[in-house]
Ligand binder design. Sequence first.
Ligand code: AMP
Ligand code: MG
Length: 490
Amino acid sequence: MKKSKITTTGWNLDNSYTILPQSFFTKLNPTPVKSPKLVVLNHSLASYLGLDIEELQSDEGIKILAGNILLDTFTPIAQAYAGHQFGSFTMLGDGRAILLGEQITPKGERFDIQLKGSGRTPYSRRGDGKATLGPMLREYIISEAMYALGIETTRSLAVVKTGELVYRDTFLPGAVLSRVASSHIRVGTFQYASKYRPKDELQKLADYTIERHYPYIQDNDDKYLLFLKEVIKRQAKLISKWMLVGFIHGVMNTDNMTISGETIDYGPCAFMDTYNTETVFSSIDTFGRYAYGKQPIIAKWNLSKFAETLLPLLNEDQDKSVKMTEDSLSEFDKLYKSNWISGMKSKLGIFNEEPNDETLINKLLKIMQNNGADYTNTFVDLIFKKPEELSLYKDSEFVKWYNLWKTRLIRQEENNEKTIQLMKKSNPAVIPRNHRVEEALEAAVKNGDLSFMEKLLNVLMNPYEHTQEQTEYSKTPPPSFCSYKTFCGT
Ligand code: AMP
Ligand code: MG
């Protein structure tokens, strides 16, 4: 494939990852697609990245987003990684994604630009290297919704239809998603290095990752221990944010956990409607390994796998290294809990601290679970409705709880107005509800009608606004959606 000389689209790609030993990647161009058509382009993200929106929408611009044209500065690679999938260790790698390089933004920040669905690679195993339109649009919607909710995440720049059909039980339209991430380095990347590569390569990966994501610790004598602690800290914060908005990742394999602390790989993920800690949407998660309520435990398990990879770098004495990782991992529970309690308190409008706050929070959650209450709307209703208008009011336990909560609020300095402000900015009016996401995807994929998706995205972009036009999107799903399942089928 020819490399084009155009540079006017603002593409400004570096490729620092390729200074790592060659075992960490394979240089490889994306497979050109038949007839690329732009389906959706993220204008604000494009501008942020320093890209020219007009030119991105031109023939050449779209071809770049499809992988059909490469610029001089691009050094396309597929990254090597391994991972525990549902608990079993496997060699993986970018089986259907190509990293074009790292865009340096006008502000000087660095973001990976990856094309997902761009053809087979040496890591494809038996896969076809392709992606289909529905799941790529799904990743676009959910990742952008997460971003708007203030949750660290990879983002979506564009989805391009390929003009090819891809076989998944039936023929579906093919697509390429351009994914933007602060990096694609995963727990699984370290597992790959630790299992298959010599110590010096593992160390190079660690040094590179520290410099890229945790530069403030790189001059420390015990930087690898600090690195572990920082990753634990970021993940504890991230998972608490998922839990606070009712997000279920669905496939928290170690290859789907980033070292940067961003949410990655939107496969069978979904937001919970009815509050139930056992909620699972993914059709492949038969045993509920990745159920809503299990996410903190699984995150800690994944981090223990990450910690294992760092053992040779921590101390020459293996026992000392093990002790260091155990001590660091034991911090996860405390960090997670303090993030979560602080977030929950904000959701309830609580500013100060009292010993019984956790009990108060858990009581409400228990009442919600017993009554099958909608997770998001329960909190929003507490802001706007009178107690007797609340659907939970019929439960005497809730009435007791409500009075406890109200008297708790009186015991803080902040007035009612401040409390309401805090609750508004801590409780989204809208989340990407499954029935709305499905509605938008069906219209886009079956009828080529993007209007549903555009409207949905528009509403999701300001989740904390609490406007009238959001009301329609805050409605709970019809009963037919109760057994909703998501499919990894990518
Ligand atoms: P995921 O479930 O998206 O986290 O993917 C797990 C692994 O399977 C990664 O190594 C992917 O690159 C690979 N993979 C998923 N779908 C395909 C596909 N259609 N072709 C090749 N590899 C794939
Ligand atoms: Mg993955």
